[in-house]
Design a protein around this ligand. Structure first.
Ligand SMILES: C[S@@+](CC[C@H](N)C(=O)[O-])C[C@H]1O[C@@H](n2cnc3c(N)ncnc32)[C@H](O)[C@@H]1O
Length: 713
């Protein structure tokens, strides 16, 4: 039989240290047994574990006869024989003067004694705890280690590393880890595997890498009781809400920069298993300058102008408006511009969502863990570490809470701006923006001017926003009225959506709701960044939170602060796809029980200028922002979507922005009317059963109708 190349390599590595094969063999055998044949652990850091184990074996053998001798002849003066305490020369070769391994990338080591008692069942293995600067071990209320990922990999914990090289950490820790990996306890996430820090980074005041600790959902900073920045347990308000920052003069009401406040979270925990306090101190940079001026392909806040040039674009205050399209999600695949980390997802499904891959999901299950594999370990880490779903991408944190069970939010890439997937043509060249399409001669804050600027002219001749940064009442009321009026639809002669289905039976256009557009000032305008006609492009500024709804709608989005009527909340951000690409995805990943709601950017579809292969939509299953958590409510939703042009004057690509349709109190769930026709059977996927609770619920009506018709026969 050919020799095992791994064994040969181990022999070779040891022979470089002058250790002969016959010494290596028995120790290697023991190690393999101990490590459950996990070669990775043996090979790491140039076979450090193996070398140390051999040296320890040497030590033991060397000491044994001495001990016997001592036992025989009585007391030996240790002082007189210092050399007896000296470690073998070979070990010294491996170490620097400070005792660290020279070839281990700076990591300290623990040498191994091959017999270390396994921990008692039910106790917390020492190595599964992390030492804080104050020496408190971090445990999960005494039940499970909070950071099982190292034990899983058989690595020594920080506490071990800090110890002198004396004892061999038998993989007793692995026992704890393996049981953990099956646990659904939310803080037991073996998929979160921080890199081994070199020992020189382990300082006295070492704090736990927060990335390995997932707050228990119920102990996630419950900003629900606060009106400040989501998740800031110390009550630090990181962002001044524009609505609380009114300026009587109407000048720049928005802060030019945002306070940066580190996020301190405290988890109830203790080394003894009960209520001690563990301080977690990740630094979340909450402050980011506005990124309104992005690049072309980074489509968010970017705009495509009409194909017919800069000046001739027809813009009307009432135009065709977007609606959602029911479609299945897009599991990852090479064509889907997604990242795949299978292991992470497996772990997530095992530990977080508690769902098996492939298991059909409940209809309201956007929160399931075997959703598309779009999470990277880093993403997961960032989300768990900071309880900020935005991973720092927004000016504000968006925390999440789950007071009901152990589910964690679905994995997705948080993006603050739309991104082109592949074929979508989003042209926003400056040359296409004509002088009448921007206000190049303006200065300062346009909304303070008595005369509407060119951009306002595109919004029906007036600014949509007040000086306080909310929608003008009349504008908003008109938008609401239009959205509620079923007469307000336009119909394409050849609907790009129907053509994209390419199924041989071209259905007639189902109609596109006409809505009012807002045209914001932008980079080619003369006004400043804090011009009051630049709201959506500044991104999210209010305090939002993702939470698990209690009425079976899955995750939802809520506000943590009172919001006035007409306030901008967020835009719907996702991948920009052509409807063809969308259809491809729908075909590729047909019904699997989960629904996502791509937004059609359908303003010009009836104009005939948009070819079906240019028609766009936004798809947020894989890449999206907080808006992907907004649930549907029939008719009287508290948000209304308004198309907003930022980077150009075309209705081909625009921002899909949500504004409050009325005052909203802190803690209220945010909802919008997806525009679903629950009576339309021609949907790509089965529709969810609406639980919006509205007295206008269209789904309920249908249920009543069907009950009635079955009663009447
Ligand atoms: C865009 S996602 C909204 C976020 C979602 N709840 C989640 O957990 O990720 C849309 C899905 O949420 C659920 N949903 C939204 N509104 C609902 C409603 N009114 N009643 C029942 N389920 C709803 C449905 O499963 C729908 O497919």
């Amino acid at each position: 039989m050919a020799p095992n190349p791994k064994v040969v390599a181990a022999f070779r590595a040891m022979s470089c240290l002058g250790i002969e094969e016959h010494k290596v063999k028995p120790v290697l055998k023991k190690l393999l047994k101990l490590y459950d044949k996990n070669w990775e652990l043996i090979e790491e850091e140039n076979y450090r574990a193996l070398a140390d184990a051999i040296f320890d074996e040497d030590d033991n053998q060397a000491l044994e006869p001495e001990q016997e001798k001592k036992n025989k002849v009585g007391e030996v003066d240790e002082e007189a024989h210092p050399e007896e305490r000296v470690r073998p020369l070979k070990r010294l070769k491996l170490r620097g003067q400070d005792g660290r391994l020279l070839n281990s990338g700076g990591s300290s080591t623990a040498a191994f004694a091959l017999k270390t008692p396994k921990p008692e069942p039910g106790t917390v293995p020492e190595s599964s705890s992390r030492l804080l600067s104050n020496g408190n071990a971090v445990v999960d209320k005494g039940k499970k280690p909070l950071s099982p990922e190292e034990p899983l990999r058989g690595r020594r914990s920080i506490s071990d590393r800090a110890q002198p090289a004396v004892t061999f950490r038998e993989p007793a820790v692995e026992q704890g880890a393996s049981s953990l990996s099956k646990s659904k306890t939310p803080h037991a996430y073996p998929f979160i595997t921080p890199k081994d820090e070199p020992v020189d980074e382990v300082e006295d005041d070492y704090t736990i890498p927060l990335s390995v600790i997932l707050p228990e959902p119920s102990s996630v900073p419950d900003s629900s009781t606060k009106n400040d920045t989501a998740g800031d347990q110390d009550g630090n308000n990181t962002v001044a809400s524009p609505y609380r920052n009114e300026n009587v003069e109407g000048e720049d009401i928005f802060p030019s920069s945002y306070e940066e406040v580190p996020f301190n979270a405290e988890l109830a925990s203790s080394s003894t298993g009960e209520e001690a306090s563990v301080k977690i101190m990740p630094i979340v940079v909450l402050s980011k300058e506005s990124e309104a001026n992005g690049t072309l392909i980074d489509g968010g806040n970017k705009y495509s102008s009409a194909a017919n040039g800069s000046i001739s674009v027809k813009s009307s205050p009432a135009s065709v408006a977007p609606r959602v399209l029911v479609s299945p999600p897009c599991p990852s695949g090479p064509d889907d511009a997604v990242l795949v980390t299978k292991d992470v997802m497996n772990d997530l499904s095992e530990n977080g969502g508690g769902k098996e891959s492939g298991e059909p999901m409940p209809q309201n299950s956007c929160n399931v863990m075997n959703a598309p594999n779009h999470h990277t370990i880093d993403d997961t880490r960032a989300v768990c570490a900071t309880n900020d779903l935005t991973k720092g991408e927004e000016k504000v944190k968006i925390s999440w809470v789950n007071d009901s069970n152990n589910d964690i939010p679905p994995p997705f890439h948080y993006i603050p701006r739309n991104l082109v997937f592949r074929d979508a043509y989003v042209n926003m060249s400056l040359s296409r923006i004509g002088s009448e399409d921007c206000c190049s001669t303006c200065m300062g804050n346009c909304v303070l001017s008595s005369k509407p600027c060119s951009c306002a002219n595109k919004t029906g001749g007036d600014f949509a926003y007040t000086a306080q940064g909310v929608l003008k009442e009349a504008f908003l009321e008109e938008c609401i009225a239009i959205s509620r009026d079923p007469q307000n639809h336009s119909y394409c002669t050849e609907c790009p959506l129907e053509i994209s289905k390419n199924d041989g039976c071209l259905e007639p256009c189902k109609g596109h709701l006409k809505r009012k557009f807002i045209k914001e000032c932008w980079s080619k305008c003369g006004c400043g960044k804090y011009c009051g006609n630049r709201i959506v492009q500044r991104g999210i500024t209010c305090n939002l939170q993702v939470f698990l709804t209690s009425n079976g709608k899955g995750w939802g989005l809520r506000t943590l602060e009172d919001l006035p009527k007409g306030a901008f909340v967020c835009e719907f951000v996702g991948e920009i796809l052509t409807v063809e690409e969308l259809h491809e995805r729908n075909l590729k990943y047909p019904k699997n029980g989960k629904h996502t709601f791509p937004i059609l950017l359908e303003a010009e579809w009836d104009s005939g200028v948009v070819k079906d292969n240019q028609a766009l939509c936004l798809y947020a299953a894989s890449y999206g922002n907080a808006a992907r958590f907004i649930n549907h409510r029939c008719l009287d939703a508290n948000l209304i979507e308004i198309p907003v042009e930022v980077e150009g004057p075309s209705h081909h690509y625009y921002h899909f922005a949500f504004f409050t349709s009325r005052k909203i109190a802190a803690q209220e769930e945010l909802t919008w009317d997806y525009g679903i026709d629950f009576d339309d059977d021609d949907q790509s996927v089965e529709l969810f059963r609406c639980k919006c609770g509205s007295k206008f619920c269209r789904n309920m009506k249908r249920s009543n109708r069907s009950i009635r018709s079955s009663v009447t026969g």
